[in-house]
Design a protein around this ligand. Structure first.
Ligand code: 5RP
Length: 221
């Protein structure tokens, strides 16, 4: 067992029969989905709402009943991963490119729980490049505005060198900030930049973080 698997399995304790569950994205969520699928196969009834095409495909493969976000009015709990988490439970998300749908699903959820391995715990955010989702139209001007602020943006590319395209058909500029002294101020600034659709700073969005360690134990933050 590794830290991701330990955290993913532990998150099953957050789930009760009949719930509508937001299903995050990534390699830690993979372990949660796998464990959830085993319960579903044994007759446990839940409904999932996916945050990405990648998660839809896994859910389909494992027969997890799904609804689109527009087909539900509320989500009881969302289980998602994160790229960095600080002691205030502020995080960076979007390493897997799903930040927009992840934030939309999180915002309509009653509870939000993140599952991470211990490498994701940091004192200060920013070593992980901050993803900023932008409209493809005129993206170079948004990049220039971010460069002028000293935020060192880099267009995310796929394995063939083409711009990486999100499920919502946008591009991602990763900001190589190294450290973020004031996440709230930065979030406000990015929220007001024309051409930016969303950013990967998740502030005041999660109530609980399950941190898995290589020996299999799980800490709750
Ligand atoms: C995807 C995300 C993921 O939750 C984040 O990148 C963590 O992924 P992993 O569990 O694979 O480390 O935000 O957009």
């Amino acid at each position: 067992m590794n830290g991701k698997e330990a955290a993913g399995k532990k998150a099953l304790e957050e789930i009760q029969e009949g719930m509508t569950i937001g299903l995050g994205t990534g390699s830690t969520v993979y372990f949660f989905l796998k464990a959830l699928a085993e319960k579903v196969a044994a007759g446990f009834k839940i409904t999932g709402v996916a945050t990405s095409q990648q998660t839809i495909e896994l859910a389909k493969k494992w027969n997890i009943p799904m609804r689109a976000l527009n087909e539900v009015t509320t989500i009881d709990v969302t289980i998602d991963g994160a790229d960095e988490v600080d002691p205030d439970l502020t995080g960076i998300k979007g390493g897997g490119g799903a930040l927009l749908y992840e934030k939309m699903v999180a915002k309509v959820s009653t509870r939000r729980v993140w599952i991470v391995d211990s490498s994701k715990k940091v004192e200060q955010l920013g070593a992980f490049p901050l993803p900023v989702e932008v409209i493809p139209f005129g993206w170079k001007h948004v990049e220039a505005a971010l460069s002028e602020k000293g935020y060192l943006p880099k267009l995310r590319r796929d394995s063939e060198g083409h711009p990486y395209v999100t499920d919502a058909h946008h591009y991602i500029l990763d900001l190589h900030l190294h450290s973020i002294a004031d996440p709230v101020l930065l979030a406000i600034e990015l929220d007001h930049l024309t051409g930016v659709v969303e950013h990967g700073l998740f502030i005041g969005i999660t109530e609980k973080v399950l941190v898995g360690y290589p020996d299999g134990h799980v800490e709750t933050m």
